[in-house]
Design a protein around this ligand. Sequence first.
Ligand code: SIN
Length: 300
Amino acid sequence: MQLYPPSYFDDKANGYTLIKTIPLASAMGAEIQCVNIATITDAEFAQVKSALHRYKMIYFRNQDLTIEHQEALTQRFGAFGTDAYTKGIPGHPNVQRLLKEASTVVNRVFGDGWHTDSPFLERPPAVSTLYGRVIPPYGGDTWWCNTEVAYDFLSPLMKDLIKDLRIHFSAREVLRVNVRTNADGSQQVGEIKLSMDQQRISDGSFHPLVRTHPETGKKSLYVDQVYSLGIQGLEEEEAKPLLAFLGKHVTREEFSCRLRWSPGTFVIWDNRICVHKAYNDYDGYQRDMYRTIVDGEAPV
Ligand code: SIN
C-alpha cells in the first residue's frame, strides 16, 4: 500500500503563520513549535486547534506547565469531561495523575491496549491532553492511529455494509480482567485507583461505528480493541469476526505514529478520530503523567 506521498492525508504546512508544524509520520501526528502553552494567545490557539483536526495528535516539547496551565488549555477546547475512572487529584478534580513508580511491577498499565478514551460513556471525551513530568530514560512511548484514514482505506462495499452499525462499548472486560483489590479495600486498574460507578461504565453505550466529526464533517471508524464488545442486532458469534477485523484494521501501522516522550512534552489528541495505546516497558523507572479530558458530544 502506498500511503506516502499522502493522497489520503494532507500534511502540508497549511499556511499557519503563528505556529510551526513538523509532521511526525505520514498518516498523523505533528510537533508544534513556536508556542508556549502557558501563555498561548487566542490567535495561536485557533491555529493549534486547526492543526489538531488536521494531524489528530499534536505535541509540544519543553513546556514548563503547572496543573493550572494544563487546566486552562483544556478549557479552551470546552468544558471538562467527567473521567470515567477517577475523581482526579486533590484540589483538581479534572486532572488525573498516571503515575507508575520505579518500584511498581505490573502486567498492565492504564491504557496499554488499543483504545479510544471512555467510548462507553454517552458523551465520550472530545479531546484528551497528557503532560509528561517524569519520563523514563527509555520506553513508555505512546502510539496513536488515525481512524479517519482507516475509514478511507475501506472498500466502497465494506463502507456500505457497515454504514448503519452501532458498536456496544463497555468497560466490562477491562474491569473483569484488570481490577485489583488493595489491602484497604480500594480497587485499582494498573496505576489508577477506581472511584467511579463501575456498573454504569460496565453497562456502557451504543455508538455509530462510522461517526462524523462535528467540526470537520469527516467520517471515521469508531471502534477499538478494548471497549468494543458487540454490535447492536448481531449475535456475539456474528459480531466477533467483524470486530476483530475492524480492531486490527484501525491499528494498521501505516495509519500510526509513535511518540517518544521527554520531560515537559505536552500532547493533545482528538479522541474522536484516533485510537491509542501506552507501553509498559520501563520497569525500574518512574513515569509521571497528568491527563485531562474535554467533554464531547454523543457521536453521530
Ligand atoms: C491513556 O491512555 O490516556 C494513557 C496514555 C499513556 O499513558 O501514554
